[in-house]
Design a protein around this ligand. Structure first.
Ligand code: ATP
Length: 778
């Protein structure tokens, strides 16, 4: 070992010693805190005297409860904090840092060395930093600068100086394996090693090898909207997660993980990425799918088609006319123009067209929809729709009260009283006694008046009606959305006379589906949007950052909706239009439709063109599947070229796939995916290949990504990666239509090390260029 390495190893030893001591202290601390939490939980009620006899007793009880809850929350918080720090230190024990910069600040005569790791560490006195957190201001120099003049920003202003050198360390279990002068490019050697590994069940953080353009995304900190358009495998998801960790660090006094929300394509993806933040000692942000949100908001009203359901339906349509109609419907209803239609339509409701539902009581309408419409339009037209609805609501509640007065003498009330259970009777007695001022002890003295009981019975009977009115269930949103499609020519009012091609047929199709109680996926957001415009938006102001991954799959309509839903949030949008798999994105190649969302001053676009996931030969091949693929730059990792086997029939196909999987397993590949176009094709493939041991079928409901050998539909493989990918049938029959090119590209770009394609019969035209240019072995 040369002198320099020995010096560095000694330093590693010193840092490791400090880490071990801190771990020791923290282990004692976490055990103590844990004991404290258990103790408080166990004796929670012992410490609180529950007494509600008098108001003062009641108040004392509440105060006692609150104090105990506070003590519990403080102890739990300290325990959580200590455990998180412990986890980080345990990771640092394997590798305390990964980088170093030698930086001479202007005015200083000698450089200072800054060692960079996943978290900060000071010496035992807490005075000197042994390791700087990768998110500390000075660490940006490591990711951003080349030797020479350099600067970094701090809350107190920019710090200028000279970067004298930049080093990378590979430390395993406290032993320095190697160090590289990485002054010019960060991490080629270490990146090679990281990327050459087998894929994992879960995504990992990339702190040690963040690249300069990715760092721009991570540290971006101005404007409301950051758009990242990047090639498959360029690190969009990774950068987004690192960005969240960065924001949590930078704004640790003002921001917590609950105020950040990540929109994922599906729950399997959510589980796949859920490890990155905890690995860095941060709590996970909230994760949701747009589909879950739709289901949550609309599931009670409709059978809502999922995005995958929509995709499957388009993929499986044999009738070309029906398919074209559906695709046109999807495109029109997802576009910016339709947002304007819905807005104008909702404005038009101010003067006419509001639809209501009869309020019925005991099976007969007591206030009809027509009466409500009449009342609504008799209100001051200067009032906004939702204000008029408020007034209508008050009127309805008043009407209900009047009705209550009229009802109590009716015979049905006596019938109900006779049918009251003993328990219900006693409850009513207690309740009325309380209202008459009888104390608990004197309840038995109260003699219930029959009239009071009758009124109470009617009041109770009307409870659900009052609730429905308070929830505005008297507004018939369904009818109002349906009304938009009742008379096809009316849309011209809101589109300057232009009517979309086939609009009449789209209207008929939509009306039929709505009548059947279903809602097409493309109608779900517009429907919700209309509902919110009518009633006022239900927004969530506590969310400060919204991160949308696989954003090419969201329609402009959905973005507009999300913007209104989270009015106080900044948005980070990550996507790749070459992987846009839904019909609404056809023809779109970038996020320009989003430029109007917050305006150009608030919007920044970053392009990532370097791709890391796959070996160079795989990227060279996949580049040839898409327009302008030549712009994608592969990270130079060697590997075998993708290969293609044409087979005569499915029997032959299955026996070859089985042999291939055995071969791949023998070579040590642990995650192998047989990627099919659709769910239907996946099911067939799975049944035919079920002899392979441990084979799993991934379906749209699969919640957790399990590693191994899987059969998976192309659209579900988004965002995930596999050591080896087998394209089940890259034939003209399956991938012949231009509309599935992006789906095909998405499937092929999932491969890290090996990509093998089969084709039953004629091959897909998407492969022609690759075949001609020798980027695919046959
Ligand atoms: N700077 C980096 N250092 C190490 N690994 C990286 C880096 N950038 C990306 N990777 C790796 O490349 C792979 C692809 O990254 P990621 O999934 O974030 O890309 P993506 O752009 O979201 O891909 P896609 O759009 O295809 O889903 C992952 O294995 C990730 O760990």
């Amino acid at each position: 070992m040369n002198r320099e390495l020995r010096y560095e190893q000694d330093r590693v030893n010193l840092v490791m010693g400090t880490i071990s001591k801190e771990i020791g202290k923290l282990e004692t601390e976490t055990a103590r805190r844990k004991g404290e939490v258990i103790q408080i939980r166990r004796h929670f009620w012992d410490e609180v005297k529950v007494n509600t006899d008098t108001f003062d007793d009641y108040l004392e009880t509440i105060i006692g409860l609150r104090q105990e809850a506070q003590a519990l929350s403080v102890s739990e918080g300290s325990h959580r904090h200590a455990s998180q720090r412990l986890k980080v230190l345990q990771r640092m024990k394997e590798s305390p840092y990964f980088g170093r910069i030698d930086f001479t600040e202007s005015g200083e005569s000698a450089p200072e060395s800054f060692y960079i790791g996943i978290s900060s560490l000071t010496d035992e006195d807490g005075e000197d930093f042994l390791v700087y957190d990768w998110r500390a201001p000075v660490s940006s120099v490591y990711y951003d600068c080349q030797p020479g003049p350099a600067e970094y920003s701090t809350p107190g202003g920019a710090v200028h100086g000279q970067l004298d050198g930049k080093w990378q360390y590979l430390i395993r279990d406290g032993v320095l394996q190697s160090m590289f002068d990485t002054s010019l490019t960060i991490g080629d050697e270490i990146l090679q090693e990281v990327l050459g590994k087998q894929s994992d069940k879960q995504m990992h953080s990339i702190v040690a090898t963040i690249q300069q353009d990715q760092n721009r995304i991570i540290r971006h900190d101005h404007g409301r909207l950051l758009i990242v358009h990047g090639a498959a495998g360029s690190g969009k998801t990774s950068a987004a997660l690192q960005r969240i960790a960065y924001l949590l660090y930078k704004y640790r006094d003002q921001l917590n993980a609950d105020q950040i929300i990540l929109f994922s394509p599906n729950t399997m993806f959510s589980s796949y990425v859920s490890n990155v933040l905890p690995e860095l000692g941060e709590e996970n942000m909230q994760q949701v799918t747009f589909q879950d949100y739709l289901e949550h908001r609309l599931g009670d009203e409709f059978d809502v088609e999922t995005s995958y359901g929509q995709l499957e339906s388009v993929l499986s349509m044999g009738d070309a006319d029906a398919k074209s109609l559906r695709v046109q419907s999807i495109r029109f209803k997802s576009a910016v123009r339709f947002i304007e239609v819905i807005k104008s339509y909702s404005e038009s409701l101010e003067s006419s067209g509001m639809r209501f539902r009869d309020v019925t009581f005991r099976g007969r309408p007591i206030i009809t929809a027509e009466q409500m419409a009449e009342r609504f339009y008799s209100l001051d037209p200067a009032l906004r729709v939702h204000n008029r609805l408020d007034k209508l609501k008050e009127w309805l509640l008043g009407e209900l009260k009047n009705l209550q007065k009229a009802e109590w003498k009716k015979p049905w009330v006596q019938d109900e009283i006779e049918l009251l259970s003993e328990d219900a009777y006693h409850k009513a007695h207690r309740y009325l006694a309380g209202k008459r001022g009888y104390t608990k002890e004197a309840v038995a003295d109260y003699e219930m008046e029959p009239e009071a009981l009758a009124r109470l019975v009617v009041h109770q009977k009307m409870k659900p009606h009052r609730r429905k009115i308070r929830e505005y269930q008297f507004v018939d949103y369904k009818a109002m959305y349906g009304q938009l499609f009742e008379e096809p020519s009316q849309i011209g009012r809101w589109t300057n006379g232009e009517t979309p091609v086939e609009w009449g047929a789209i209207c008929r199709m939509t009306t039929d589906v709505l009548k059947a109680g279903r809602l097409f996926h493309e109608d779900a957001t517009p429907y919700l949007f209309l509902k919110e415009l009518i009633l006022g938006f239900q927004s969530n102001s506590s969310i400060r950052h919204v991160v949308i991954d696989e954003a090419q799959d969201y329609s402009p309509f959905q973005f507009e909706f999300l913007k209104r839903l989270f009015p106080s949030a900044k948005m980070t949008v990550l996507g790749d239009f070459n992987q846009a798999i839904y019909s609404h994105a056809d023809g779109r190649t970038d996020f320009s439709a989003l430029s109007g969302l917050y305006g150009p001053d608030q919007t920044e676009v970053v392009n990532l063109t370097r791709s890391y996931r796959s070996t160079r030969p795989i990227i060279e091949f996949t580049k040839k599947l898409i327009p302008h693929g030549e712009n994608i730059i592969p990270f130079d990792r060697d590997g075998v070229w993708p290969s293609l086997e044409q087979v005569g029939d499915f029997e032959d196909l299955h026996s070859r796939i089985i042999l291939k999987i055995h071969e791949l397993r023998r070579q040590g590949h642990q995650s192998i995916a047989v990627i099919c176009q659709s769910a239907a094709e996946s099911l067939n493939a799975y049944r035919s290949l079920s002899g392979i041991d441990g084979l799993k079928l991934i379906k749209s409901g699969t919640g957790e990504y399990e590693q191994g050998t899987v059969v998976i539909p192309s659209y579900l493989s988004k965002g995930i990666e596999f050591d080896a990918v087998i394209i089940y049938n890259a034939s003209r029959d399956v991938y012949g239509d231009e509309s599935v090119r992006r789906l095909f590209y998405t499937a092929c770009t999932r491969a890290m090390h090996i990509l093998h394609l089969y084709s039953v019969g004629k091959t897909s035209p998407f492969l022609e260029e690759a075949l001609q240019e020798g980027a695919l072995q046959v």
